[in-house]
Design a protein around this ligand. Sequence first.
Ligand code: ADP
Ligand code: MG
Length: 293
Amino acid sequence: AIPLVVAINTSLAARNGMLVRDRIAMEQARDLDTVVFDKTGTLTEGEQGVVDIATVDGVSEPDALELAATVEGDSEHMIARAIRNAADERGVDRRTASDFEALKGKGVRATVDGERIHVGGPNLLSDLEGEVPIELERFAERAGKNARTVVYLLRDERPVAAFALADVIREESYRVVDALHELGLEVAMLTGDSEDVARAVAADLGIDTVFAEVLPEDKDEKITELQEQGRLVAMVGDGVNDAPALTRADIGIAIGSGTDVAVQSADIILVQNNPMDVVRLVTLSRASYRKMQ
Ligand code: ADP
Ligand code: MG
């Protein structure tokens, strides 16, 4: 039988927009000392926009968009959608491509007219041979300082264009970080995005610790590192790439609109997709379980 107090607490949680899959997690929440947030789709909106483009080698901006949108194919990644939207907005068509491949946490690639085309971020560049032309490097530096995500278009491994995408920070995210600090918790951010972007977003939000350029398969190790420091850690995420970290954390919290894999890996699901409910979880747990002792 479910103890009455627990039944009450989980229904209270439900009324506060939380679906509790693991009741122990609900109880543990009062002792949390660190909350780790995924950046993209969790602290930021699920959509980004292309706000700037740089090209070299005589490639025009429409050409760059055309190739990039083609290679992104029908990828559901937010970056892919942003690039396709930018191409559509400018009335740029797609070309035909083959051998589509998604490189998890790095980018995508395909063959267009016999050329190997890649679109991806810093993790992709470090895998490939091509040097980044100085113009694109400067563009990326400037964009990074403005908290923009940069992805590159590569033709046969040579970077020929860069796209700056703006992250839209969710309004609630500002309040979440402040409120968690007031409760005495530390806040960290975990992302596959570049160090520059991660730092700018973290600085904007007042986040204490940043783990950037983390590959999907390494996200859970960062949680372990924190746990080895003796912390009780909650992870909040939405993506497939967050699933192992959600499982590893003492409390895994999924954004309700997140991917099925994330939701299935979590102890608690935020049904209203509001990161502010993490704060409610801690206060509710503190209020409920103090009474039991
Ligand atoms: P996050 O951890 O922030 O949710 P991901 O692990 O999905 O991000 O992706 C990490 C990085 O890999 C992105 O910031 C981007 O640089 C690159 N990337 C992943 N997928 C794509 C794609 N479809 N197109 C371009 N770049 C991509
Ligand atoms: Mg995400």
